[in-house]
Write a new protein. Structure first.
Length: 222
């Protein structure tokens, strides 16, 4: 992929163990293979859109299409940045950040998944910390949000570690069944207080205008 045509391919968000990047076709194949290998127990659905409740081949294709779709549909006032997460050089999962009218609201939401073999190793916390740094320190967000099923202990635990506060409940229809979700909210001050993982962002400057004309122009100091 040519970063000079779509500069987001040159963006890197790095932590001590991880690198987050928009995947090339080669890395996207690896990411799709990780999805095919399984993301959760078969009798549990952590996602409000049950895209993973299908065959391994179906999960792989959906993952492949999703990431390419985020590139094709990108608009400065409505975007989803879908990053492959690499640990020690191997693709282990995906971390998304999405926003609508970010230049006005200064608020974005995150979503993510990890392949089953990579869960329970603190990677989920580290990759969320990475994208929060991108949002607050680079893009100039004032608030970040997340949503998780009330019985999704892993996702809720990550949010708790990083300083999110409960922000009410909502109900999602998942395969015709009501599922209660916990909304969570992270304000800039709480992010600053709970920062413990060092993060470095490179390759952002060529991407600046893709996030809207006001994104990061006046980002507060991290």
């Amino acid at each position: 992929m040519e970063a000079h045509i779509w500069p987001l391919y040159g963006l890197r968000v790095t932590t001590p163990r991880l690198q987050l990047r928009l995947p090339t076709l080669e890395l996207l194949e690896e990411l799709s293979t990780v999805a095919a290998g399984g993301l959760h127990d078969e009798d549990y659905m952590p996602f409000s859109a049950p895209w993973s409740a299908t065959s391994p081949a179906g999960r792989a294709r959906t993952t492949f299409q999703h990431v390419l779709g985020t590139v094709a549909q990108w608009q400065p006032d409505a975007w989803t940045l879908s990053l492959a997460v690499l640990c020690d050089g191997a693709v282990v999962g995906r971390q998304d950040i999405m926003a609508r009218a970010f230049g006005v609201t200064r608020e974005a939401e995150t979503g993510s998944w990890l392949g089953l073999p990579y869960q329970g190793r603190g990677i989920g916390t580290e990759m969320r910390a990475a994208v929060l740094h991108l949002a607050f320190a680079v893009l100039g967000a004032t608030c970040m949000t997340s949503v998780a099923m009330t019985d999704n202990a892993g996702s809720l635990g990550v949010s708790r570690k990083l300083g999110y506060r409960p922000d009410g409940l909502c109900v999602a229809a998942v395969d015709g069944v009501p599922r209660t979700q916990r909304r969570l909210r992270l304000e800039r001050a709480d992010w600053q207080t709970n920062r413990t993982i060092p993060v470095e962002v490179t390759g952002f400057e060529p991407c600046r205008d893709l996030f809207g004309p006001t994104a990061a122009r006046n980002a507060p100091a991290p």
